[in-house]
Ligand binder design. Sequence first.
Ligand SMILES: [Zn+2]
Length: 446
Amino acid sequence: MSGWLIRGARIAGGPPADIHIAGGAIAQTGAGPGAAAGAQVLDADGLVALPGLVDLHTHLREPGREDAETVETGTRAAALGGFTAVHAMANTEPVADTAGVVEQVWRLGNQAGYCDVRPVGAVTVGLGGTQLAELGAMADSAAGVRVFSDDGKCVADSLLMRRALEYVKAFDGVIAQHAQDPRLTEGAQLNEGEVSGRLGLAGWPAAAEEAVIARDCLLAAHVGSALHVCHVSTAGSVEIIRWAKSKGWRVTAEVTPHHLLLTDELAEGYDPVYKVNPPLRTQADVAGLRAGLADGTIDCVATDHAPHPVEAKETEWAAAAHGMTGLETALRVVQAAMVDTGLLDWAGVADRMSVRPARIGRLTGHGNPLVAGAPANLTLYDPGAPPEIVDPAAHASKSRNTPFAGMPLPGRVVATFLRGVPTVLDGKALDGKALDGKALDGKAAR
Ligand SMILES: [Zn+2]
């Protein structure tokens, strides 16, 4: 007998229990499985055990922008954040709009071995917004793509959006939309409101997001397909999604950790670390997003981890790139915004950061409750760790553009297991070899 015996973990916040891992799966849970001779013991007293976190929205930047991130550095950051699977967005160079590029990203993920990498395919050729990409070929590839998105850009053409929604029905795919009316946001720098007026920066109206979400919900309903709304940022968007769900339409949505905690007031100092797309909004929006995540209108938290090299962010506001890193702080931010505020318990966090994103991404090997027989993908988290100041220099991500730098956040990811093999122990990343020699076929992992 070998494997791991995790002692006294609170599974999804429940009473302390032991978890015996063997052969890549959970062999047994409960009060003292006892017979685990030869297993390595991990004392998890006071730790919460969650099913391995799943991110629906990660920018790994490879191929093409390895100066910002690589699949290896990004997935190591993911493992340190408690993730066992990430969806890699398509806005790479070249764009992931063919079977060849998605298979390349998928293979790089297997080689790195820190977590499962599920490539997201582009909806349109080159993110150009005019011609559908080879959605079927990407779905049939070894990468088994099921989520398609032009993220970074909006599929603004209504007819093209309709065609994409129709096309993916054949293989149970989903279109993940970056909802942003391009005309209403030309040159936009910051949420349109009191702060943008005071700073003299071009405003980014909430209506530019909400109008596209409303249109897409109607299109998804009309063709009977699945829509996923990326990074919802306004309280009005939550209302529209709540309405669409009340109709029984196949609409899901995500919110980022930064939109759950930060507001546009942070832009007062013109520090581009707070520049992001969609922009940080108001306190009322933060309250609406938190309420939407708590009641399940918003299905999940997704990081929108968007690494950028120093020169792209440490410049004047108008010239700086949009985006923030987020993998290594996501769970801690969710604790601060949702758990410590009493809006979500740990079972709720397991649902919103693992179960539902795995379901939306059509990932069967992840997001399973931690019971006997389930793949041993799990995260051990210490919510009682004293708040620690976020230090970007300590991050595994190649980029340093975290808006939480210098901010105290509660909690600590102690360990992450991918199919029974630790990728993180005692808060430190191990060699990512969990997949070595047993990399799953994309189809098998679904
Ligand atoms: Zn986006």
